[in-house]
Write a protein that binds this ligand. Sequence first.
Ligand SMILES: [Zn+2]
Length: 384
Amino acid sequence: MLFSQIIGQQEVKDRFIRSVSEGRIPHAQLLSGPEGVGKLPLAIAYAQYICCEHRGARDACGVCPSCLKYNKLAHPDLHFVFPIIKPAGKQSAVCDDFMGDFRKLVQEKTYFSVDEWYSRISGDAKQGMIYTNESEEIVRKLSMKTYEAEYKVMIVWLPEKLHESAANKLLKILEEPYEKTLFLLVSNAPDAIITTILSRTQRIQVPGLADAEIKQALLDRHDGLTEAEAADVARIAGGSYLRAEMLLEDGNESRVNFDRFVTIMRLAWQVGNRKDHASLKTLRKWADDIAASSVGRERQKKFLQYAQRMVRENFIYNLHQADLNYMTSYESDFSVRFSPFINERNVEQLVAELALAERHIEQNVNAKMVFFDLVLKIIMLLKK
Ligand SMILES: [Zn+2]
């Protein structure tokens, strides 16, 4: 992984490069920040830069024997620790059992979520963990002599998933560091790491990406995407490239949810204000349409989550602070007329009703009932 393959984050890259040129590489560093901003790729690129035999002023060379192995994440002095899911029926499992999957995912996607990793190795999004026996593996790997590079590097992805006893072992190692060994911890939730480990590491805060950086990265990676579409997605992504990719993936779904949201809010308002072209019957039809089994519970839940977001965004819209709003251009066009109906008297209740409906769908309550009931509540609340 080269620094140039990573979106933005120039300050972090400069800091890493400076630590190498000044010969002051802290032995344990913790990269923390939101998911999807490039922390793991930054750690890998940093390690590659440190070990590169012909490093330049801004990046590793990419072609020396060390870089060639790093490009495949297969350098003998590069080690990874990450949460795994023990396969059913197996007594124990260690990260090396999953190394092939991990290499593949990093190389394919560069940016990926922990859920994506779990579903890659287990078929669904169960919770993973760094098991106790991994600590023996860490000690074994650190005790081996360095094969080729000056430094041995151990990248711990998501130390917050360390089992308690594994965390204590890691702490011991950090307290009495092995020579020429670097630890790069990469965390989405540093608050969940034991403080004794935190105090042994140098903290590097990796910030969210700028909208313009995300926009450009999307345009570079997706043929046929227009400037306006990329700008829209970048704005909603809130600094996370991963989120931008996910938004793009279910772009069609978002549009469908938007149309559903607009329809229900219009109809509910019209019925509430006795406009004769709307009736409870049309609302019932709307509820029946979304409750249809062909839509499915997952998509029904997604709509309800989307609707909660839209209600909140419209409330914020009233504050006239554009930088607080995360909406696409078509969403904010609608908000010009819709936002006056969302106010401090109904915002919380609307969100609560939508969240309740989401829970009911989750619990397999009859969807037709859930959505029709929701529609009636929306009629009442929009009049407030
Ligand atoms: Zn190199």
